[in-house]
Ligand binder design. Sequence first.
Ligand code: GUN
Ligand code: FE
Length: 470
Amino acid sequence: TIYFGTFIHSPRDEASKLDVCEEGAIGVNSDGVIDFVERDVKDIDSIVDKYPSFKNAEIVQTRPEGTQFFFPGFIDTHIHAPQYPNAGVFGSSTLLDWLNKYTFPREASLSSLSVARTIYSRCVARTLSHGTTTAAYYATIHVPATNLLADICSAAGQRAFVGRVCMDHKDINPDFYCDESADESIANTCLCIDHIKKIDPNYELVSPIITPRFAPSCTAEALEKLGKLAKETGLPCQTHISENRNEVQLVKQLFPEHDSYAEVYDAFGLLTPKMILGHAIYLSKKEMELIKSRDAKISHCPVSNSALTSGGAKVRWLMNGGVTVGLGTDVSGGYSPSILEAVRATTLVSRHVALSDGDECKLSVEESLYLATRGGAKVVGLENKIGGFEVGMEWDAQLIGLELVETTGDDFAEEEVVDKVVFEGPKSAGPVDVFGWETWDDKVAKWVYNGDDRNTLGVWVKGRKVWSRT
Ligand code: GUN
Ligand code: FE
């Protein structure tokens, strides 16, 4: 396939600006890998002459009016698929009461495979429709349901990390939703690893991810064994860290022999370059430096952090400290399955942080989009495969249409209505002066602040079209 027209992505190591290519052509081979990237392309014929193997290629083109562009697929580095039906339902709760009131009962219901099927198929379809081409999923403690989530991602074509949640601490977890023992946590994790090995032997699309829920949910024995399993298998890991003040206190009580939350994970061999830490709001400087020195990654979840009154993560501080950051929806602590919403919340939350910590904490639209794509790719260890458009990378992309966020001077239906209204004063200049003046940076900002999944016209993963609006 040759994709032709306007392409926008973040440069590989430059978060503060976007690279816009208005007359581009990208050739994607049958393995879903980008074969060529050409700029200043006047016509497709010249491209086909240059790349004869694309002679019979399908052509997918953005509209020439400057209202559409290709953008890298979004990477959701932290989402709880079983919590999807709870999105929006959190009341005034905060983390620890929210877990007990809404979350554990919901997750427990996935002991039924038919419940799991309904929830997981809708969650995967909906995140794809919002342009999420890669997701790091927390599942539940149930092996059959977790394996089903892997099957559904594989069938739908979503790139995914699927983690069977480990939680064996009987004093913390409810009776109705708890592993029997640390050994059961490990054994069931291994069953889920084996299943994914069967359906996707090289983890090309779907990979297992070792998932201790968070330190309080796990015994020291489980954390230690999961750390060993991570080392033996080389698999990625995910957990939560320092999300809520009471949670941080609880970790101090449960693990008094360790100086900090980050040191608990480090002590069990879990603070590695393959660890994705969700939230990271209340880290000390020492913890941040430890995370940086281990090259563990952070998933910033601003919608959830706001909804559950968790706090405002200091993303600029983390980035300045050299820590790798990506974005997560954290459904259903976060109420929206959309990474575009997380991008928007990233800029807004950073402005609240700026009120106390200084103006330099503000994150721009460009930086937030970087975190949603290149940053996320680094967090999940796929920065050489996804997150941008370069030769050798895989075609994980979305086609964005801005027709609904008023960035065009073309005629649109509302004008007919307006023409019937008799204006008292002088008529304003024509619509072309009102809409259609925007630079590409302006258009992207309008998309981020006013757009939603209606702007996501098509989504591809590894070259396969996995979602289409029409
Ligand atoms: N900490 C432990 N479990 C969870 C969870 O499901 N969601 C969030 N946001 N934090 C957690
Ligand atoms: Fe979470």
